[in-house]
Design a protein around this ligand. Structure first.
Ligand code: UD1
Ligand code: CA
Length: 455
């Protein structure tokens, strides 16, 4: 039976005090809503509908690349009204799961379970037991434990307020049933809204079975209304991701002091020190060691590579056994072959560094192809930009570039060439020869230092 999910994302989220719609607030570097969309995809939903309203253009633009059906809710008249906006076009027999754009840690397995208990013709509501249920709708059950209704906090009696089992807001039912119930609910309540929750009483009256499924954890159903709850969710997600990395074979110096904002994979016997931030898609090979306070984004580090403290690595690929840092910056398009070394205060961009080649100190190497076993001396700079265009530098195998060399691109240094320290190369340096491009040193013998005049 096809399962379609409807994600409610029309609210403003006033408590965030932000210009950004609530569902676009970043969690682990990505919009809240995207986490829910990912869970829906992982659960195998056949179609994903998003009900949008507040900040609609921004929301649609942010999720532009995803395969989503958009339903517009012009006025926020309540959760029941919101779901109704997505129902046209969904076939009666299909199971509809309702999820929330501001409940981002929902697990795919829970969505599947909810859909399963709604099929073929029942209503499933996801419940949880909270120590402090304040603010949530309470689950009403009869003597036999069957769910009979949900009462909102603002409409509840003192006795009902003491109930700790709450409505997480997530429900599932056949689309035909939802359509019928939502056509019958009113807005005669404390908030003057069409409550989705009112369908429970209608289901009970219609003799449709209501299943109360319990959530896997309190964390997965936690809604995010303010920045404190956002920080709590971030910490929970970090815990989850850190646990995954440890499971794959990484030792974390402190699982509470690592940030993982994207799909990260780790090999065996990896060590990640404190303050490491991993963003986007990052692949870490066996025995890689990353020192404190490194940021690694959308990059691959092959086996045995070492990253020393305070390095920033973006859209780069380091082959096996490389050494990077401390204080190195690898900008997009950097490819290090096996055993390459990039030392302190070296910036590399759009450059291939061949096997065993080194740039150990204080250099800028941009738009360059470097062969194998090359030594780039301290303070060497590729002058790759003439103010209008970028040009390439090519350095052959086993070349030796002395310290403080300026390579004015386009320029080529041949295999086994040596370039004298302090040279400014504006022409190619031929293979196997020493090229020096600096003023000759001379000594003026007998020269005297000026002396201070006596008054
Ligand atoms: C809702 C439930 C409550 C449950 C709680 C769990 C109802 C009536 N109440 O309350 O039982 O305990 O969630 O978090 O369903 N939204 C729209 N359009 C609207 C109204 C809301 O898209 O017209 C979206 C919001 O953006 C939000 C979600 O639906 O993502 C929940 O709405 P909200 O007003 O926060 O409901 P709660 O009062 O939290
Ligand atoms: Ca809410």
């Amino acid at each position: 039976m096809p399962v379609e999910i409807v994600i409610l994302a029309a609210g403003e989220g006033t408590r965030m005090r932000s210009d950004l719609p609530k569902v676009l607030q970043p969690l682990a570097g990505r919009p809240l809503l995207e986490h829910v969309v990912d869970a829906a995809e992982a659960a195998g939903c056949d179609a994903i509908h998003v009900v949008y309203g507040f900040g609609g253009d921004q929301v649609q633009a942010a999720l532009g690349g995803r395969d989503l059906h958009w339903a517009h809710q012009a006025e926020q008249l309540g959760t029941g009204h919101a779901v109704a906006q997505a129902l046209p076009g969904i076939q009666d027999d299909n199971i509809v799961v309702v999820a929330y754009g501001d409940v981002p840690l929902i697990e795919p397995e829970t969505l599947r379970r909810l859909a399963g208990s709604a099929a073929p013709d029942a209503l499933a509501v996801l419940t949880a037991t909270f120590d402090n249920p304040s603010g949530y709708g309470r689950i009403l059950r009869d003597g036999a434990g069957r769910v009979t209704g949900i009462v909102e906090q603002k409409d509840a009696s003192a006795e009902q307020l003491a109930i700790e089992e709450v409505n997480t807001g997530l429900v599932a039912a056949p689309a035909g049933r939802l359509r019928d119930w939502l056509g019958r609910i009113g807005n005669d309540n404390a908030q003057g809204e069409y409550y989705l929750t009112d369908i429970v009483a209608l289901a009970v009256a219609d003799g449709v079975e209501v299943f109360g499924e319990t959530a896997g954890s309190v964390a997965e159903v936690a809604g995010i209304n303010d920045r404190a709850q956002l920080a709590t969710a971030e910490a929970r997600l970090r815990e989850r991701r850190a646990a995954e990395l440890m499971h794959q074979g990484a030792t974390l110096a402190d699982p509470a002091r690592i940030d993982i904002r994207g799909p990260v994979s780790s090999g065996r016997d990896v060590f990640l020190d404190v303050g490491v931030v991993l963003e986007g898609r990052v692949e870490i090979g066996d025995r890689v060691r990353v020192g404190p306070y490194c940021v690694i984004r959308d990059s691959i580090l092959e086996a045995d590579t070492v990253v020393l403290p305070h390095s920033l690595i973006e859209n780069s690929h380091a082959g096996p056994g490389c050494s990077i840092g401390p204080f190195a910056r690898l900008r997009p398009g950097t490819r290090l072959a096996a055993r390459a070394k990039v030392g302190n205060f070296v910036e590399i961009k759009n450059t291939e560094l061949g096997e065993g080649s080194k740039a150990n100190h204080l250099s800028y190497v941009g738009d360059t192809t470097v062969g194998r076993d090359v030594n780039i001396g301290a303070g060497t700079i590729t002058c790759n930009y003439d103010g209008a265009n970028k040009h390439r530098t090519v350095i052959g195998d086993r070349a030796f570039i002395g310290s403080g060399v300026e390579l004015v691109a386009p320029v080529e240094v041949g295999d086994d060439a040596t370039v004298g320290a302090g040279s400014t190369l504006a022409k190619d340096a031929p293979s196997g020869e020493l090229t020096v491009a600096r003023a000759r040193q001379k000594t003026i013998t007998g020269w005297k230092r000026p002396e201070k005049k006596k008054r």
